[in-house]
Design a protein around this ligand. Structure first.
Ligand SMILES: [Zn+2]
Ligand SMILES: [Zn+2]
Length: 439
């Protein structure tokens, strides 16, 4: 039986260039959204046959409960929702969205097809999702994260601290604070880390004034020297801990709702009245956009229309930002959490650190606030992606004004590297409207 997610209130969705949609998806609400929900999380079955549905249901409920029980999330639980989606496989252990045995192309214990992220969004047509936790019907305990998904082998359900840590990456863009024990020695030499929970600049770190108890011991992000972390005890370093005060402050910034965008994509019409009007429903268009940082190629992977508050942030939780323009006028800006071009993986043990491998391209989630597919047909809306200088305006919110100042600074502190043109977006919107399925 197919359950209708009334609370999800998704009015339409479509996907470009993806595979056939498997039906029925049979979604179950594990934690219902509230009026404040901005981070809808879907837990997707992968490789479970109909006979194994109860195994998946149990794992999905366990993982959703782990987040609800964890500090920070429990205090902000109204911002989250969890839905499990059973996508039946014909053969036990064989993925329906393109995950497969490793070939050495990634550092993960699994590989995936180039179309996997698009296929996941196609499967989830009509089910609102900010991030997708894929539970793979594979033995052992390992995981990998990229694009909009976090893949977990099913035994990850027995390690309750994994998912609260993973969502620290996905929502707050937090870095891992792990580093290897001596005698291993790795000196950090990458771009300056001055906005996040690892600090590579001259002392004192940015957090010192606010958190005087920080110990600033050497080591962070897999390096043993040249970079420090604030506290020994942190969920990003030792899974069984809570977020340290520095990570907690960054997470709190990342979940603060961004202001609504400027007109003219504001599609609300509020009539003059003696009475204050009731709050109008919030319409958001969610895009999955594939961006290639090396070639500047941009393509829309998925388009959906949602009736909820967007999960976007202007907090400086990463060095990739996007600017939305309408007719050349900037109407909104947002930051992509963390480093979207990094593939994260862990293997084997809850204490094992993540490894990270870089890719040229990534699918990033972009929200067009207060927009509908119909309204976008006649607009000149374009999206430009920027790489921000790590040392520019550290920790300041990336508002339209701030981004404008960074673009015109000498030397520029924000450099565009890819643009989704208004024509390309309109074509994607037309395709989405033409292929929209009734929910
Ligand atoms: Zn991690
Ligand atoms: Zn921390």
């Amino acid at each position: 039986m197919r359950l209708v997610l009334a609370a999800a209130a998704v009015v339409g969705a479509a996907v470009l260039g993806a595979r056939a949609i498997v039906d029925p998806l049979n979604p179950h609400v594990l934690l219902a959204p509230t009026a404040a929900t901005r981070f809808p999380i879907v837990i997707l079955a992968d490789g479970f046959t109909p006979d194994e549905e109860s195994d998946f249901d149990s794992a999905a409920a366990t993982i959703a409960a782990q987040v609800q029980a964890a500090s920070f999330y429990s205090a902000n639980i109204g911002l989250f929702s969890f839905t499990s989606a059973f996508n039946a496989a014909a053969t036990s252990g064989v993925s329906t969205v393109g995950f497969h045995d490793p070939t050495g192309a990634t550092e993960c214990a699994i590989d995936w097809d180039p179309s996997t992220s698009a296929t996941i969004d196609a499967v989830l047509t009509g089910v609102a999702h900010f991030r997708v936790i894929v539970i793979g019907n594979r033995d052992y305990h390992f995981g990998c994260a990229y694009d909009q998904w976090i893949y977990l082998a099913q035994e990850a359900q027995f390690y309750p601290d994994v998912i609260p840590h993973e969502l620290g990456h996905a929502i707050g863009g937090l870095k891992d604070e792990y580093f290897p024990d001596p005698p291993a020695s790795f000196a950090y030499s990458g771009p300056a880390l001055v906005n996040e929970n690892c600090w590579s600049g001259a002392p004192p770190p940015w957090w010192q004034a606010a958190f005087m108890t920080a110990t600033n011991a050497p080591g962070c992000m897999g390096y043993t020297a040249g970079v420090v972390h604030a506290y020994d005890d942190c969920r990003m370093k030792r899974l069984t801990s809570d977020f340290c005060l520095v990570c907690l402050s960054l997470m709190n910034k990342a979940i603060a709702p961004p202001p609504p965008p400027a007109a003219p994509t504001n599609i609300r019409i509020i009539k003059a009245s003696m009475q204050p009007p009731p709050p109008p429903p919030v319409a958001t268009v969610r895009l999955l956009v594939r961006v290639n940082a090396a070639t500047s190629d941009v393509a829309v992977t998925s388009v959906s229309e949602e009736s909820r508050l967007p999960a976007s942030t202007r907090a400086r939780v990463g060095d990739i930002a996007y600017e939305i323009t309408d007719g050349g006028q900037t109407i909104d800006t947002a930051v992509v959490p963390g480093d979207p071009f990094e593939v994260r993986s862990y293997a084997g043990s809850p204490a094992a650190p993540h490894t990270a491998a870089r890719r040229d391209s990534a699918n990033v989630v972009v929200y067009l606030q207060q927009a509908t597919l119909a309204a976008l047909r006649s607009r000149d809306v374009a999206i430009t992606f920027y790489r921000l200088s790590p040392t520019a305006r550290p920790r300041q919110d990336v508002t339209p004004d701030a981004l404008g100042a960074m673009k015109t600074a000498t030397p520029p502190q924000a450099t565009s590297f890819a643009t989704l043109t208004a024509d390309a977006l309109r074509r994607a919107v037309e395709t989405a409207i033409a292929t929209r399925r009734p929910i």
